[in-house]
Design a binder for this molecule. Structure first.
Ligand code: MN
Length: 244
């Protein structure tokens, strides 16, 4: 079995280079996989399934071609695309993943997260997250007029840009004690997440021994893919040519 993991592509029409890199990935590398896991922030933002434009339909078609070929696609939301709903899942054939969730990978239980829940230094964000991800709040938001949601997304995006410049880098990274806590709670030796844009493989000291925290990279100047097969886990990056 070849299982691939990607996250934090932040797809937006404003970055045609990344959009093109994703299309190449779906054409060239993804077909070698049996399953693809997208661990959040696949889109830069998501106003609603009812706000899909030709850009989103084009991405959806590429995912649909993948699932139509008999492969499994799993989608976890990130802090930017948490409003993705059932219509998008239906259009792509993707299966929704809760954050966190456990999967079996080559005979081992592995924990998957987007990663924002691990950043416990940012209590202000975690409070906001709790409210906005409440199913009732999300349900009401989905029923609100498109123009209202578009304004809201603009506001959230500009606030998050401002907040980032104020907050220290430590706040933006994971809290080591929280990593240990969740890995021990779910009794896993391997955690895979994105969000922090710090691609790396870290050793984690757990009560049960040494574990691994694998951080997927964001797609910017480079794209990142984690592959799991019989030979183990392998993280690869490739250059993304800037749009001319
Ligand atoms: Mn994120």
């Amino acid at each position: 079995m070849n299982i691939q993991f990607i996250s934090d592509l932040h797809l937006t029409p404003e970055r045609p280079d990344i959009v093109r890199a994703f299309a190449s990935y779906m054409q060239e590398q993804a077909p070698a996989s049996d399953a693809l896991y997208i661990l959040g922030d696949f889109f830069e933002y998501w106003v609603g399934d009812d706000a899909m434009e030709p850009f989103h339909h084009d991405i959806a078609r590429q995912l649909k071609a993948y699932t139509d070929s008999g492969k499994s696609l799993f989608l976890m939301a990130g802090n930017r695309d948490f409003a993705i709903g059932k219509a998008f899942l239906k259009a792509t054939g993707a299966v929704w993943l809760n954050d966190p969730c456990c999967i079996e990978l080559q005979g081992e239980t592995v924990l998957l997260m987007h990663g924002d829940l691990l950043c416990t230094g940012d209590q202000q964000y975690l409070r906001y997250r709790k409210v906005i991800r409440n199913p009732l709040v999300l349900g009401i938001l989905r029923l609100s007029p498109l123009s209202y949601r578009k304004n809201l997304v603009q506001k959230i995006r500009s606030n998050s840009k401002k907040a980032k410049s104020r907050k220290s880098l430590e706040i933006m990274d994971v809290t080591p004690a929280e990593v240990v806590r969740v890995m021990e709670k779910y009794q896993v030796k391997t955690l895979i997440h994105g969000h922090t844009h710090r691609p790396d493989i870290h050793e984690v000291e757990l009560a049960s021994g040494t574990g691994k925290r694998i951080v997927l990279g964001d797609w910017d100047r480079q794209g990142w893919v984690l592959t799991s097969d019989e030979s183990g886990l392998n993280m690869e990056s490739f250059a993304i040519q800037p749009a001319s």
